[in-house]
Design a protein around this ligand. Structure first.
Ligand SMILES: Cc1cc2nc3c(=O)[nH]c(=O)nc-3n(C[C@H](O)[C@H](O)[C@H](O)COP(=O)(O)OP(=O)(O)OC[C@H]3O[C@@H](n4cnc5c(N)ncnc54)[C@H](O)[C@@H]3O)c2cc1C
Ligand SMILES: *[C@@H]1O[C@H](CO)[C@@H](O)[C@H](O)[C@H]1NC(C)=O
Ligand SMILES: *[C@@H]1O[C@H](CO)[C@@H](O)[C@H](O)[C@H]1NC(C)=O
Ligand SMILES: *[C@@H]1O[C@H](CO)[C@@H](O)[C@H](O)[C@H]1NC(C)=O
Ligand SMILES: *[C@@H]1O[C@H](CO)[C@@H](O)[C@H](O)[C@H]1NC(C)=O
Ligand SMILES: *[C@@H]1O[C@H](CO)[C@@H](O)[C@H](O)[C@H]1NC(C)=O
Ligand SMILES: *[C@@H]1O[C@H](CO)[C@@H](O)[C@H](O)[C@H]1NC(C)=O
Length: 497
């Protein structure tokens, strides 16, 4: 059994409280389910508010969640790379607001370098290296114009549309493989879904709140972790500052959550049940959507509709190592295939300032293409990727990779995708309901619950912080109603803050 020794009140007071409540004592005050950024920061908020009677329950064997590094490469030439998040997106300008992930990175001395998304690019298509930087730059302008259109629609209280409709309204209609690849780099590579699948307003707002200092954003910069302790070091080091070993239960997968107005009982796959006054779930949107964790009673209709109306997207990095570096010497390369989204964005790590000598290059795919390759054998994906490199370098015989790997985020029952994306059919009321508390005891937090920063690390951070503080207040006030919901969503307006 778990050793859930609980902080005790004075025995007499305790007995009186128990009589008043007419209930048996729960094992702990709060269970935090999931030990990613949201879970660790929620726990830190509880701790800062003087609530230490909690436990984090995490399925994996370490904290970090989607901050997930791995060791890659042939024996004798291995490097630590990131399967999940890799960038601090938006940093800080002057003494403006700082991305809290940047603050953690500085505090824990993370090794990270600026990525030049727009100024260090080589362009290719299926015939080899071809300069279409003019097309590339025009797609950057089109994207800016898209966010301006979105802002104007908000000012006019006009309804949301898809980002594809938005692109069409500003006259950006990519037709050639090069134009489509350039648009992909601006849009899909960030949202991990197509413009058709994404909200015009929410995508633009998401961009501005992170990158545009005029809109309260941090900065336009992206810092890439190359820390050989892994990007996760920053959250693990932060956790080590306040968590005791008893407060963290690793290798423990939650199977079901039974809840009522008086408390919760969480059952692990090994059959152990833990009870608590409150539970904070940090499961990814994909986990909630796919019934990987069972709720008893089933979640109310308004919660189910909210969960199913947001989208879990997938972003997949495919890593290759070669005996030597034969590719572009810019940070990025764009490959325009006849099929949009086929192995489009390439990054070389074998660069001064990054991981020189590593022989590593990787390519990213997203959305449906990620789902497609997850269903293939590794060897099939490797053959396709090497085939694309061969098309990019027709005059070189591409050597056999010395190492190859990609993660299957979409199939992983602990994630079911990489991060959330806001579709045009997701309304502000849905968003309220996604975050809302169920039966005063069941709280939802994590990246997908962030209105301004869904999809980002800092979204997970801010949500975890807010939820931890709310639950602490609730405990101090001997209960609370929690975040309210709307029974039925009737408004189709754009989301307002
Ligand atoms: C490939 C990829 C690239 C990304 N790139 C970036 C980037 O560059 N910059 C950026 O800001 N963001 C990026 N993100 C998004 C960022 O990683 C997430 O927003 C953030 O890590 C989410 O944190 P979280 O705490 O909300 O969720 P999670 O990290 O998913 O935490 C939830 C935890 O719950 C655990 N769990 C799940 N099911 C169970 C269960 N049944 N029982 C017990 N535990 C369970 C999981 O193991 C996990 O640890 C990326 C994500 C991915 C996957
Ligand atoms: C189940 O896992 C928990 C958490 O690791 C552990 O404390 C408990 O002893 C396990 N129970 C059984 C029956 O194995
Ligand atoms: C978790 O499981 C892994 C692998 O199964 C094991 O190596 C590790 O010691 C376990 N950790 C804990 C804290 O139980
Ligand atoms: C911080 O990291 C750098 C290298 O990345 C190292 O030289 C330095 O000693 C580190 N400082 C501390 C305080 O750990
Ligand atoms: C963006 O808008 C500006 C100003 O209206 C216009 O001149 C430019 O052609 C537009 N660019 C694209 C690519 O849509
Ligand atoms: C995004 O920022 C641009 C440029 O600052 C601004 O014109 C636009 O209105 C903003 N869009 C939204 C949706 O806030
Ligand atoms: C490949 O070789 C052909 C013939 O020598 C040459 O015309 C062409 O420019 C080369 N292509 C590249 C990408 O180097």
């Amino acid at each position: 059994m778990l050793n859930f020794s609980r902080f005790r009140r004075a025995p007499l007071l305790s007995a009186i409280l128990a009589l008043v409540a007419n209930a048996t004592r729960n094992d702990v005050q709060v269970l935090v389910l999931g030990g990613g950024v949201a879970g660790v920061i929620a726990a830190r908020s509880l701790h800062q508010q003087g609530i230490n009677d909690f436990k984090i329950i995490e399925a994996r064997d370490e904290l970090g969640g989607r901050m997930h590094s791995f060791t890659f490469g042939a024996p004798g030439n291995q490097v630590v790379l990131e399967l999940g998040c890799n960038w601090i997106q938006g940093t800080q300008e002057g003494d403006g607001p700082a991305n809290p992930i940047l603050t953690l990175a500085q505090k824990h001395n993370l090794s990270a370098v600026p990525s030049d998304y727009y100024g260090s690019m080589t362009t290719f298509d299926y015939t080899g290296q071809v300069d279409y930087l003019d097309v590339f730059n025009s797609a950057i302008d089109a994207y800016t114009n898209l966010t301006v259109l979105a802002g104007a629609r908000v000012s006019n209280s006009q309804v949301d549309t898809t980002a594809r409709t938005g692109y069409s309204l500003i006259g950006a209609k990519p037709k050639t493989p090069q134009e489509k690849a350039a648009e992909y780099y601006q849009f899909d590579w960030e949202y991990a879904q197509t413009p058709e699948e994404s909200s015009l307003i929410a995508s633009s707002w998401g961009n501005n709140f992170t990158y545009d200092t005029d809109d309260g954003g941090f900065s336009a910069d992206n810092l890439m972790s190359i820390d050989q302790r892994g990007f996760k070091h920053l959250i693990q080091a932060e956790a080590a500052e306040f968590l005791t070993p008893e407060q963290v239960v690793l290798n423990a997968t939650v199977k079901s959550i039974k809840y009522s107005n008086s408390g919760v009982a969480v059952t692990l796959v090994n059959g152990t049940t833990v009870t608590a006054d409150y539970v904070i779930t940090t499961f990814s949107l994909g986990v909630l959507q796919n019934d990987d964790v069972e709720f008893d009673p089933p979640l109310p209709d308004w919660k189910v509709e909210a969960v199913q109306s947001m989208t879990m997207a997938t972003y997949t990095k495919i890593f290759l190592q070669f005996p030597h570096d034969f590719w572009f010497d810019t940070q990025f390369a764009l490959y325009a295939d006849k099929e949009r989204g086929r192995y489009p964005v390439w990054q070389g790590m074998d660069l001064e300032g990054f991981l020189p000598g590593s022989g590593v290059v990787f390519v990213t795919v997203t959305g449906d293409y990620s789902e497609r390759i997850e269903a293939l054998e590794d060897s099939q994906v490797q053959d396709e990727v090497v085939g694309v490199l061969q098309a990019m370098y027709p005059n070189i015989t591409i050597p056999a990779p010395t190492a190859f790997h990609f993660p299957r985020w979409f199939s992983d029952p602990l994630y079911r995708g990489s991060y959330s994306n806001w579709p045009s059919s997701f309304f502000v009321g849905h968003h309220t309901n996604l975050r809302a508390t169920v039966k005063e005891r069941l709280w939802f937090t994590g990246e997908a619950m962030s209105e301004k920063y869904f999809g980002f690390l800092h979204g997970a951070y801010f949500e975890g912080e807010a939820t931890g503080n709310s639950v602490a207040q609730c405990i101090k006030n001997n209960g609370c109603a929690g975040l309210s919901h709307t029974d039925q969503i009737r408004n189709a307006g754009p989301y307002d803050l």
